[in-house]
Design a protein around this ligand. Structure first.
Ligand code: NAD
Ligand code: IPM
Ligand code: MN
Length: 343
């Protein structure tokens, strides 16, 4: 029996995770879930963000389902770095997988894009880059203050995520990988990425390759998202590009992700791309589809492709039947998805 750790977190995190659990239970009954109370409330109550003992317990699970972390009452970074990034780093979740597709029935913002035409996946590096935390501040709170934030890129770290992107592309219909970076300015890291990309590409003559600077990629994601199949990029570029990809395919409420440790040494973590949405938290207005599709990625990783496909099909039914302009209720969407998934 699969053992899943649940970190619902802050804001809309618990609201959308409850729906994901409802759907999981419908399609794959008997999953053993353990809830971990982590996030703003625990931080205020005890000062703890992620105690070592909890990290050790989490490591013993088959996977983690996470809602969202971050709250306006907590200084920025405390929970984002201390909890979310700590988990991604400690569990070596170097593949941050972020699929985007334009579902039939979803009113995308782009007039020239039809449903079915966008089906891309961003393979975002998850453990390095500007997220590594290298850098510091000198002369804080003086006019001479200097802050540095360094991007860490290792050949090992880059090559393994590029390799994962090519392996995924090789299994897809279009078999194309786009490397996104900024080699014209970030000449140190950019060169490392470009050389690692070339080396792995040489092992995959069947996969088409292209390179784009990140500014151009941001533009093309908005003007022609259809052109992408697999995109591989560094941690920060991937963070930004996946919010854009979400926006052009119907919004952040639909965007799922997996923070994956492909080696299986540590648990992978499945989480919506969105955050805790303090502006709508507690109102029952959050779209749980992103969390539910993240649960489908979790089912895939557990090896239950059939249940994953049923969840995806339920989402397709839900999205095809929405009336634009009518506000959704989180719980009702969860109920409908659970019902469709077992129908
Ligand atoms: P956000 O994703 O929380 O919200 C951005 C906008 O999208 C808001 O208007 C919000 O209402 C809307 N939105 C988000 N999810 C939605 C959903 N499921 N349904 C409907 N609308 C939704 O991003 P933000 O406002 O930049 O950040 C808020 C907090 O969340 C911050 O503390 C941030 O650090 C944190 N954050 C956490 C994660 C994570 O845990 N994975 C991701 C992003 C941001
Ligand atoms: C995301 C979030 C996180 C990130 C933050 C909250 C650390 O924006 O999952 O996209 O930047 O990776
Ligand atoms: Mn983000």
């Amino acid at each position: 029996m699969a053992r899943i750790a649940v970190v619902a977190g802050d804001g809309i995190g618990p609201e959308v995770v409850a729906q994901a659990l409802k759907v999981l239970d419908a399609v794959h009954p008997g999953i053993e879930t353990t809830r971990y109370d982590l996030g703003a409330a625990r931080y205020h109550r005890t000062g703890e963000v992620l105690p070592d003992a909890v990290l050790t317990e989490l490591a013993g699970h088959d996977a983690i389902l996470l809602g969202a972390v971050g709250d306006p009452s907590v200084p920025p970074g405390v929970l984002e770095r201390g909890l979310l990034l700590k988990l991604r780093f400690a569990f070596d979740q170097y593949v941050n997988l972020r699929p985007s597709r334009l579902w039939p029935g979803v009113p995308g913002p782009l007039a020239n894009v039809k449903p079915g035409e966008v089906d891309l996946v961003v393979v975002r590096e998850g453990t390095e880059g500007l997220y590594a935390g290298a850098g510091g501040v000198l002369h804080r709170d003086t006019p001479a203050e200097v802050a540095t934030e360094e991007s860490l890129n290792t050949r090992h770290g880059v090559e393994r995520v590029v390799r994962d992107a090519f392996a995924r592309a090789a299994r897809r219909e279009r078999r194309k990988v786009t490397l996104v970076h900024k080699t014209n300015v970030l000449t140190h890291a950019g060169s490392l990425w470009a050389r690692a990309f070339e080396a792995v590409a040489a092992e995959h003559p069947d996969v088409t390759t292209e390179y784009q600077h990140v500014d151009a990629a941001a533009m093309f994601l908005v003007t022609q998202p259809q052109r992408y199949d697999v995109v591989v990029t560094d941690n920060l570029f991937g963070d930004i590009l996946t919010d854009i990809a979400a926006a052009v395919t119907g919004g952040i409420g639909l965007a799922a992700s997996g923070s994956i440790n492909p080696d299986g040494t540590y648990p992978s973590m499945f989480e919506p791309v969105h955050g805790s949405a303090p502006d709508i938290a507690g109102k029952g207005l959050a779209d749980p589809v992103a969390a539910v599709l993240s649960a489908a990625l979790l089912l895939d990783q557990l090896g239950d492709a059939d249940a994953a496909a049923r969840v995806t099909a339920a989402v397709a039914v839900e999205l095809a039947n929405r009336t634009p302009g009518v506000p959704l209720r989180t719980e009702e969407v969860g109920d409908r998805l659970a019902a469709h998934a077992v129908a």
